[in-house]
Design a protein around this ligand. Structure first.
Ligand SMILES: [Zn+2]
Length: 98
């Protein structure tokens, strides 16, 4: 998928960028999101499917943060993987601009 440079989530516009050094940081994994500085940073050089799943994961993280949803990180990761597979395997985009 083409990762956008900007993304609106619940009224806030997030900048999306890539950092090739992120992959080396085991505490972060493939991405990180910040609801304060409105940023999503993805590790550079990930395989396409992992990059797309991490992007979805970070979106869920920001929805969780903004709406104060209580969910463990393990459950959030499982949700992200499950939704990614459902979207990808069924070629779903949810866009109304086709
Ligand atoms: Zn996470």
């Amino acid at each position: 998928m083409k990762i956008p440079e900007k993304l609106k989530i619940l009224g806030h516009e997030y900048r999306v960028s890539f950092d090739s050094k992120l992959f080396m940081n085991e505490n972060v994994g493939g991405g990180k999101a910040c609801g304060n500085d409105l940023s999503i940073v993805l590790a550079g050089g990930m395989p396409e499917s992992r990059e797309a799943e991490v992007f979805l994961h970070e979106i869920i993280e920001l929805v969780k943060y903004t709406l104060k949803v209580e969910i463990s990180h393990a459950d959030l990761s499982a949700l992200s993987e499950g939704l990614f597979v459902a979207f990808r395997d069924n070629d779903l985009s949810f866009s109304n601009k086709d």
